[in-house]
Design a protein around this ligand. Structure first.
Ligand SMILES: Cc1cc2nc3c(=O)[nH]c(=O)nc-3n(C[C@H](O)[C@H](O)[C@H](O)COP(=O)(O)O)c2cc1C
Length: 469
């Protein structure tokens, strides 16, 4: 990413953005975004999809950005001057706005059948998506799943906002406002927002996130010069802050696999989605996050250090290695038992032998161990309870039995589709009582839980706290 040099003048270009404009009604707002970005001395190159031309003209985008607008994959001129591969890599940041349901779906499956989708597939540059669509399209399970997948791959999202839409319906789906988008883009380019002049000075830290083959890590660089927009950003007048900066959060996620032989294991249906979303949400609030994960198909969330394990014993060790931590969120579905008579050669099946007996012993109780008083006990330990009967009573009992501070309890009965699904309905059990949270996506639940954790560490409540937003 381009960082503004200290002696950058007000007229020097301070970052390059490739802006992909999709075919949504909110595309008109993109004209204002281009104006705001160029006024902030960002070089903006626009790509307009075919559907996008129904809403804004290439001429307007060209006039405002000062550059020709790219529209065609098979354009001889563009291919001679700058091919699609070069174009996808010419920028410090790719921004998709409005990110239509169609574009998000294409990104998820990796379609490359027009210039926009090909660029998005051909790039390893960070991507920021600003979705805008009808609330039902946004809430459709297909879009929810696409967004979850894209987030897990490290695509960042801003918005959508809640409000009245062009179609007259109310809900989440409005494109974030252009100044908000401008600030989010400048933050990712490490450029101070023009609106941040009155911000209180920060002398704390900068955070650099690096994605590696085994995951991604966030380094806190103490004493760096921090532009306000790298630690705070503003959405509709609400300050999104980094209240967990300097805190270490340990999150466990996914199932564990307990081997029977080299090809068979005892496991469970946990997908890891909820724990990964919590890790990402805590990182978004500034925490340094270590995610200890059992086997899943998920990629490391942005800004999170991922430690992959297979068994409960390995998870226990990885958790111990990750301490000390200020916060522990145990969302993993650790197998209760492991097989003591596991063998290293495949057990052969034959018609005349009886099936083998498995000898099981209890696995270590990671949550109870983390909750036990001691010098390394995190100040806040949050456990998860997956129950099928008497969810509330069982979860209250579990909180007492384990000694943890909070329990997030969910009903995983058949038909709830929580295990492996993208939505969750939970109770939050604390020493103050029981809160019934409405059904929401695992991403929204993670954000709400992360904000609640931040409040526990002294952060003021946001106006959005307690909402699904
Ligand atoms: C009047 C009108 C408004 C539309 N607004 C949106 C929108 O806000 N968001 C969206 O995802 N799709 C919207 N659509 C549907 C998209 O235009 C359509 O899915 C298109 O294929 C998206 O193309 P793209 O992938 O180039 O963005 C709208 C369609 C019409 C006719």
């Amino acid at each position: 990413m381009a960082a503004a040099a200290p002696d950058d003048t007000m007229t020097a270009l301070r970052g390059r953005v490739l802006l992909i404009v999709g075919g949504g009604i909110a595309a008109y707002k993109i004209l204002e975004l281009v104006r705001l970005l160029t006024a902030a001395h960002v070089d903006v190159r626009c790509v307009l999809t075919k559907a996008g031309t129904e809403f804004v003209t290439p001429f307007s985008l060209q006039a405002l950005s000062g550059h020709p607008v790219h529209q065609e994959l098979f354009s001889l001129t563009d291919e001679q001057e700058m091919g699609h591969i070069a174009l996808s890599r010419s920028a410090d940041l790719l921004v998709v706005a409005p990110a239509t349901a169609d574009l998000l779906a294409k990104m998820t499956v990796g379609l490359a059948n027009d210039l926009a989708s090909t660029l998005l597939l051909a790039t390893d540059t960070p991507v920021l998506a600003a979705p805008a669509m009808n609330v039902r399209m946004w809430e459709h399970p297909a879009t929810r799943a696409n967004v979850a997948t894209l987030k897990a791959r490290g695509i960042e999202f801003i918005g959508p906002d809640e409000g009245v839409m062009a179609c007259g319906e109310y809900g989440f789906g409005r494109l974030a406002e252009p100044p908000v988008l401008r600030d989010a883009i400048l933050a990712r380019l490490n450029i101070a927002s023009p609106t941040s002049g009155s911000a209180r000075p920060h002398t704390s830290s900068t955070m650099t996130c690096t994605r590696t083959e085994t995951g991604s890590s966030c380094d806190i660089v103490p004493g760096g010069t921090v532009v306000r927009s790298s630690v705070e950003t503003t959405v509709d007048g609400t300050t999104l802050w980094k209240p967990l900066l300097g805190r270490h959060a340990l999150v466990t996620a996914g199932p564990t696999h307990e081997p029977i032989d080299p090809v068979r294991y005892l496991g469970n249906r946990s997908s890891g989605l909820q724990g990964y979303a919590i890790a990402e949400a805590l990182a978004a609030l500034g925490a340094r996050v270590t995610l200890v994960s059992g086997p899943t198909n998920l990629l490391a969330p942005a800004g999170v250090t991922l430690r992959r394990v297979e068994t409960a014993l390995e998870m226990e060790q990885a958790v111990r290695d990750a301490l000390p931590a200020d916060i522990a969120v145990c969302a993993a579905a650790v197998a209760d038992w492991r097989v003591t008579n596991a063998v290293t050669s495949k057990i052969k099946k034959s018609a005349d032998t009886t099936p083998p007996s498995l000898h099981l012993v209890p696995n270590p109780d990671i949550l109870a161990a983390l909750s036990a008083p001691g010098p390394h006990r995190p100040s806040l330990v949050v456990g998860f309870a997956a129950e099928t009967d008497d969810v509330e009573a069982n979860a209250i009992a579990k909180r007492k039995r384990k000694g943890c501070d909070w329990i997030v309890a969910n009903d995983v009965s058949v038909g709830t589709n929580v295990m492996g699904g993208t939505e969750n309905t939970v109770l939050l059990i604390t020493s103050d009582g029981v809160e019934h949270w409405p059904r929401m996506t695992k991403t929204d639940l993670a954000l709400r839980l992360a904000r609640r954790i931040a409040r526990r560490f002294g952060a003021p409540a946001l106006s959005a706290d307690g909402d699904m937003n």
